[in-house]
Design a protein around this ligand. Sequence first.
Ligand SMILES: Cc1cc2nc3c(=O)[nH]c(=O)nc-3n(C[C@H](O)[C@H](O)[C@H](O)COP(=O)(O)O)c2cc1C
Length: 311
Amino acid sequence: MVNLSVNLEINLAGIRLRNPIVLASGILGVSMSLLKRVEQAGAGAVTTKTITLNPRQGYANPVFVDLEYGFLNAMGLPNPGVDYFVREFFEGCERLNIPLIVSIGGGSAEEFYEICARICKCPMDAVELNLSCPHAKGYGLEVGADPQHVYDIVRRVRKCFSNKPIFVKLSATVPSIVEVAEAALKAGASGFVAINTVRAIAIDIYAKKPILSNVYGGLSGPAIKPIAVRVVYELYENFKNVPIIGVGGVDSWETAVEFLLAGARAVGIGSAVVRRDLEIFNEILEGLKRYLEVEGYDRVSDIVGLAHEVV
Ligand SMILES: Cc1cc2nc3c(=O)[nH]c(=O)nc-3n(C[C@H](O)[C@H](O)[C@H](O)COP(=O)(O)O)c2cc1C
């Protein structure tokens, strides 16, 4: 287990995390009992799968391709809808002892507001707006690429969540990440999650057609890590005091450190949990702690953004 002589605690827009390693959205975040396992595995916070207003079946198979260097998925945001979610997460007796970030997705500001109206009184710590999923028609990136839409959505959500952090999950594939981020902040966002999967295609060379039923999917895992680090770096460069959860290809303590140095205050893990299971949390925490000790830092927060100081 991790020896706590080095302080791994971080403050994320007013939420205290015991350590900066967070479960990313879409991975195990579908039931309270699975999230409880992630808590026991050592995570500092957990994010739910994206919840929409109405239940969604998702796309037909195939929805997932395992590439050597990452995964390509087009699940199509399958989820049981917000009413079921509230019953599953908040009406049972199980509670988490670490912060719970609820990811939500809608096709318009009004739809986001409707979801928020149903969850804002629930015992959750922050909301994450999925404005970046690259394959769900009418959702995610289709509403999140336009700074004006982003502004309208965040403003509407802020009306419901007057005193809880709002994180906006961003895509790397927008013309200007800084413009989208600025619009979100102007409307009242508290921080960013960067990045979602990257729109991509894989082709079956014998069937001579795209593998995914939806044709387009989202690429995750090691293949997107340098892109995610670039986005985090760019966000930190422009908005130094705004907390960032860096996500994309983190599969070791070394990659987690890279994100922290680029400016992420916390680091999300997605594909590596699918690939390696829950021991990845403790492995990253042990390595991070050793790194901080060897490099002579008392607190993990001391290394956030350090890569900017030497350039
Ligand atoms: C199978 C799968 C499902 C995902 N579902 C969601 C989702 O519901 N909402 C969301 O915002 N991101 C979702 N993501 C994106 C991840 O949260 C993360 O941003 C992305 O995979 C990059 O991180 P990684 O390389 O660690 O996986 C999903 C990713 C995968 C692989």
